[in-house]
Design a protein around this ligand. Structure first.
Ligand SMILES: CC(=O)N[C@@H](CCC[C@H](N)C(=O)O)C(=O)O
Length: 389
């Protein structure tokens, strides 16, 4: 790696070593205890002249005191893994059975540590708050952390975060004005009828048939209710009912997710899902337990000012390959933080033939140093602007 004029504590090879250590210990959201301990160990190994640390549940906050007070720039990484059994065959594959960093949060954490290590050595102009946030995948960790009040005096005035992107070239930065990611909402539907013998359907209340109606009718929402110029997704990824062919099932459990690029459309789709589920329950004379859970997964809406500054920097920096991207139907609870604090989310290209959440997902590690350098450069430039406000 090229030597900088200023001091930089973590080198590219150290960062890759850290990423591999984090990759081996993926944990489900709100249970990231080993990850938190590892992160604390690495953060404590940096010079602590300028920063303070706070813990909240499995989260870590690091506040770097700037040369001048009065403005704080935030940087957020998520730290949780997924319930996926890794199949990459990598020497440093997950040591936690049935758990994997299949969404690349190990890369996110490592880039955050790289940026922090630089500002631990080189005091920033304005304050920086680094947020190592739990449960991006499952429990709106960002929303929970924000609502806990733990940020207190360290509350950022503006905030940045990225997600890795296997479809973009390694180290490239993708971003756009407006909506980057969809708002999501989890669907959990349980239809409860009456089980019975396959030969006597009239004495039972078959929930395979009721559930199948729900699955089919749901398909009309995007085609019939959402404005075709806009976009929406309703995916039901899980349907379980029954045990064997000659027993009528008295229960069907169906789970899925809603995706829309505006909150208005997300709410519209939620209303239609509820109406259809109620209608199926009514017509099949069965019970329905329906949970539509959005949590903090609002659309990720980039702020016009911070995003203009971000895109301008990335476009005009020779070392950065900047790509203007389209919105994506992935979700992120950073959408919640962006609904409270102006800021920008972007993609970091990690070039992998396998998608996010795949058991074969293997991001290219060359992206780490590119992400670290791009963000250090941007934050240094940004501080000269916001420091003069
Ligand atoms: C980046 C990414 O893959 N995020 C997840 C967020 C999940 C939100 C929530 N649990 C849901 O399923 O609605 C995604 O699946 O897009």
């Amino acid at each position: 790696m090229k030597k900088r004029d200023e001091k930089m504590s973590l080198t590219e090879s150290e960062l890759i070593k850290i990423r591999r250590q984090l990759h081996q210990i993926p944990e489900i959201g709100m249970l990231e205890f080993e990850t938190q301990a590892k992160l604390i160990e690495i953060i404590r190994s940096m010079p602590q002249t300028y920063f303070e640390i706070k813990k909240w549940k499995t989260a870590i906050l690091v506040h770097v005191h700037g040369k001048q007070q009065g403005y704080t720039v935030g940087y957020r990484t998520d730290i949780d893994g997924l319930p996926v059994e890794e199949q990459t065959g990598l020497a440093y594959a997950s040591r936690h059975k049935g758990r994997m960093h299949a969404c690349g949060h190990d890369i996110h954490m490592t880039v955050a540590l790289g940026i922090l290590s630089y500002f631990a050595e080189n005091q920033p102009q304005v304050n920086l708050t680094f947020i190592f946030q739990p449960a991006e995948e499952n429990a709106s960790g960002g929303k929970q952390l924000y609502e806990s009040g733990i940020l207190g005096e360290w509350m950022p005035d503006e905030i940045y975060a990225f997600h890795d992107n296997p479809e973009l070239p390694v180290g490239s930065i993708g971003c756009r004005q407006g909506t980057l990611f969809a708002g999501t909402c989890e669907i959990h539907a349980k239809f409860i009828g009456k089980s019975g013998h396959a030969a006597f359907p009239h004495r039972a209340n078959d929930m395979v048939v009721a559930g199948a109606q729900f699955v089919n009718q749901i398909q009309t929402i995007v085609s019939r209710n959402v404005d075709p110029i806009q976009a929406g997704v309703v995916t039901l990824g899980h349907f379980s009912a029954g045990t064997i062919g000659n027993v009528i099932s008295g229960k069907a459990q169906i789970d899925g997710t809603i995706r829309a690029l505006t909150q208005k459309n997300n709410v519209l789709i939620q209303k239609r899902v509820r109406k259809i589920a109620d209608g199926v329950a009514e017509s099949f004379e069965c019970k329905l337990e329906l949970d539509l859970h959005q949590g903090g997964y609002y659309p990720v809406e980039n702020n016009p000012q911070t995003t203009a500054a971000f895109i301008d920097y990335m476009k005009n920096t020779p070392d950065v390959d900047f790509i203007e991207t389209l919105p994506a139907m992935t979700g992120e609870d950073f959408g919640f933080l962006l609904s409270k604090i102006p800021g920008t989310m972007f993609w970091l290209g990690v070039e992998s033939p396998y998608s996010l959440h795949s058991e074969y997902f293997a991001p290219k590690e060359g992206a780490i140093i590119k992400g670290v350098n791009a963000m250090i450069g941007f934050l240094k430039k940004r501080q000269t602007v916001v420091g003069n406000k």
